[in-house]
Design a binder for this molecule. Sequence first.
Ligand code: GRF
Length: 204
Amino acid sequence: MTDKFTRLGFLVSGRGSNMQAIIQACKGRKLLAEPVVVISNNASARALDNARSESIPAFHLSSKTHPDADQLDRAITETLQQHQVELVVLAGYMKKIGPVLLKVYKNKIINIHPSLLPRFGGQGMYGMKVHTAVLAAGDRMTGATVHLVDNDYDSGSILGQRQVEVLTGDNPETLAMRVLAVEHSLYVEVLQDIIAGKIILDCK
Ligand code: GRF
């Protein structure tokens, strides 16, 4: 990926703080990338409002707009293509990626997960459930992982990880807060490395 400004498309379901961190990095030229479209399965996602206030085209595409799963998969893919997206960034997207999108954007879809994968990943492991499981397991170290997306949950190649220490007295909320802060910088740094060609995605 050597283009001067890599065109980023986001898939989000909610708050979108990771997306916001990446947008800020683009605006500050820390990242030679341009956020060109945001898609959410959730019409009331805060991320959609934030995108619109940044003048980034933002769309709600879900089973409500497209009851047929194949049509939804195609609509998402076409929306990304229409905006000439080069790299798809999942930022708190709670839906599985469809086969068309996976094929068209093979090795060009990345995600962030709030644990040190492969620990505490897979179907059903999201949000506070991850941090609750970390504490229940008694792990002293957790963290965040950026990985390529394939056709399973949280199983694609790991592109970057950063550790966060579990502190005595932590509860899922305090841990989530510290992991999220690390996510914001890790996601930007992994994107910098992808754009600079230090991380090669087309390796499989
Ligand atoms: C983050 O914890 C991320 O790791 C996970 O979903 C959460 C999204 O948070 N995939 P936000 O919407 O980016 O604030």
